[in-house]
Design a protein around this ligand. Sequence first.
Ligand code: GTP
Ligand code: MG
Ligand code: ZN
Length: 336
Amino acid sequence: MRRYGKHTDEDDIRARPNPKGNRPRTSKRPKHEDAAEGFVLTVDRGRLTCLVEDRTIVAMKARELGRKAAVVGDRVWLVGDLSGRKDTLARIVRIEERKSVLRRTADDDDPYERVVVANADQLAIVTALADPEPRPRMIDRCLVAAYDAGLEPLLVLTKSDLTSPDKILEVYASFGLAYVVTNREELAAGEAAERVRERLAGRITAFVGHSGVGKTTLVNSLVGAGRQRATGHVNAVTGRGRHTTTSALALPLPSGDGWVIDTPGVRSFGLHHVDPSRVILAFPDLVPGTEDCPRACSHDEQDCALDAWVEEGHADPARLDSLRRLLRTRERREGD
Ligand SMILES: Nc1nc2c(ncn2[C@@H]2O[C@H](COP(=O)(O)OP(=O)(O)OP(=O)(O)O)[C@@H](O)[C@H]2O)c(=O)[nH]1
Ligand SMILES: [Mg+2]
Ligand SMILES: [Zn+2]
């Protein structure tokens, strides 16, 4: 894996250095009053597919954007050939201010930030109940990312035909996390989609999770015929999927009232960019136990009140363990 030592978007790396030095560009920037507004549906090697009115237009970013890179979910302004005809290429001259930015790093000690999607308002954290095994710590990480980015979390538990959701729900439903449970039979009957759609109306929802948990399968059932993406099957030996999703793609709900964004499976959800003091926000069930903590408690120190509180039986010790593990991997960044 390539690593970069600074906080940038993927595409930023390809930005050409300004041959004339650091002269500010703003004063010379053309106004582009004729620009059309578009919505970025997907990005593939510097080519951005955008929706402009009812046409899909392929574009690249204009040089004047400098280091800024547009990502899926961005609202952008385009100029040039806006016909949408084959082999035409428009230019993106401006990116609208983002309402939200969902970020991820490969590991907690990797400073290279990727922007997963822009402008989402909901994060669907997709977890299979089996095949692959659910990993609560991944859920916790996604929750931290969601709270940090200001997205509403929605826990989507798939494959309940293989295992019951009860154990996971005991933890996550107990503190009021919104959730839906789906299985193969209900997917086939369209019932799963119906239930999930209720949560998606009027919003932009990004679907994230490990590879093979069923993100694309679910998104396919949500968006209807004609927009199907390939799905993978989980390899019994490696536990990893095949024919899996390689790029994020925004798809409209058939109702016209909202978007779903399918993303490639990730092995982990690194949180290098999240301030450690914000990690506790993703553990609402533990927050009441912090009342007796010393001021500015890191919740990973000797005087932290959470240990005694959990020992008294107010919360599952596994939850405190997950919080501490997250805090510890987060603290490592201080040294880098
Ligand atoms: N038993 C069962 N299998 C399911 C269910 N949903 C999806 N699958 C299967 O799980 C496998 C992986 O599904 P995908 O939708 O490709 O998973 P994904 O999360 O998109 O994977 P990546 O694109 O690699 O991130 C496929 O073989 C699906 O048929 C379900 O509810 N029950
Ligand atoms: Mg997929
Ligand atoms: Zn504490």
